[in-house]
Design a protein around this ligand. Sequence first.
Ligand code: ATP
Ligand code: MG
Length: 428
Amino acid sequence: MTKSLQAIRGMNDILPEQTPLWRYFEGTVAGLLDGYGYRQIRMPIVEFTELFKRSIGEVTDIVEKEMYTFEDRNGDSLTLRPEGTAACVRAVLEHGITGSGQPQKLWYIGPMFRHERPQKGRYRQFHQIGVEVFNLAGPDIDAELILLTWRLWGALGIRDAVTLELNSLGTSEARARYRDALVAFLSERLEQLDEDSQRRLKSNPLRILDSKAPQTQALLGDAPKLADYLDDESRVHFDGLKARLDAAGIPYVINPKLVRGLDYYSKTVFEWTTDKLGAQGTVCAGGRYDGLVEQMGGKPTPGVGFAMGIERLILLLETLEQVPEALARQVDVYLCAIGEAAELAALTLSEQLRDQVPGLRLQVNAGSGSFKSQFKKADKSGALFALVLGEDELAQEVIGFKPLRGQGEQQNVAWGALAEHLASALQA
Ligand code: ATP
Ligand code: MG
């Protein structure tokens, strides 16, 4: 194939073999969020570049080097969204959704775009489900967000494979004081820092905390600790969150180096990580961003949220063999009709069955063919039963009901009794 007809590197087709698992995952999350009273919001995939610069922060990895930015025909600078929070905040402000001060619990799903180096669990187009809550300032809602993800891991059968990491970044004032102390400490030891961290010391010093370089990590052992700079309000908030997680029996580890890549966080930050996916181990991440709405031009509005990476969670389900068996079968019944008269009768019969058996997954043979060839297709479809309509059956107004996976003998069933017969056979 010529190069121009290939998908862009890091942007994947999700093929028919994979979509059942995606739909199972998405349906499970949507059902869970419904159960907690969250409402879905859908934002555009493209926004003004300025939105991401202002919300995510100019000196973050995302804005510095990962965005897909282009000029449209009007000369406006637009960007494919790299995450969902910025657009969600823009949308709630634009539509006055948070202005009344009433709690708003929202979620979204969709593709995100970042120009990163593609590898397992890291793509240039990837998908997130995100949750954002506005106008609730207390640790109770932070706890609810964590609780519902915990419930999700339980429903998916992956609880044992994930760990909750928690930290508090304090208010932006507390963080600024800590940043000064950290910069002062590291500036005196500049030559001992790795190259990336030297650069970040000016632009985004907190990110140095999660540097992977051993020499930098060694240095950080004696550096000032963020926890010692926490303001009282943040400390009380964090204690409140931990108390709730303890009460709910949700295990966690405090990771003082967890700072998250985006500028807008304050107080609570958390990540769900796994050691089953290699380097791309964070499957869900979030935190509180009480200053963001005001920074984007709204009234001061508390906010907290998280986003999970669908590809990574799908990989985890596959790795842990937690793919429900039922997903393998997409067809319940395959209808074979031999001869033109039978084909016409099959048409009516199949439409009746669809009316009478809710949720029936019925594939009607298309393209005619001999009994033998239709039967082969029925078997290949994965269906549990074949329905056979030939000249004889037509004359007697019955249908041949044939189990394909060894559940009993073939028998003739009267047309009038077919729906009931089928429904009970599928239930067995
Ligand atoms: P990472 O540290 O792995 O780059 P991040 O901190 O940049 O992640 P967030 O912006 O917090 O990620 O996004 C939330 C989640 O979205 C991540 O925890 C991850 O599961 C998923 N995610 C982020 N970037 C990618 C990507 N390029 N490909 C696939 N999933 C991703
Ligand atoms: Mg990243």
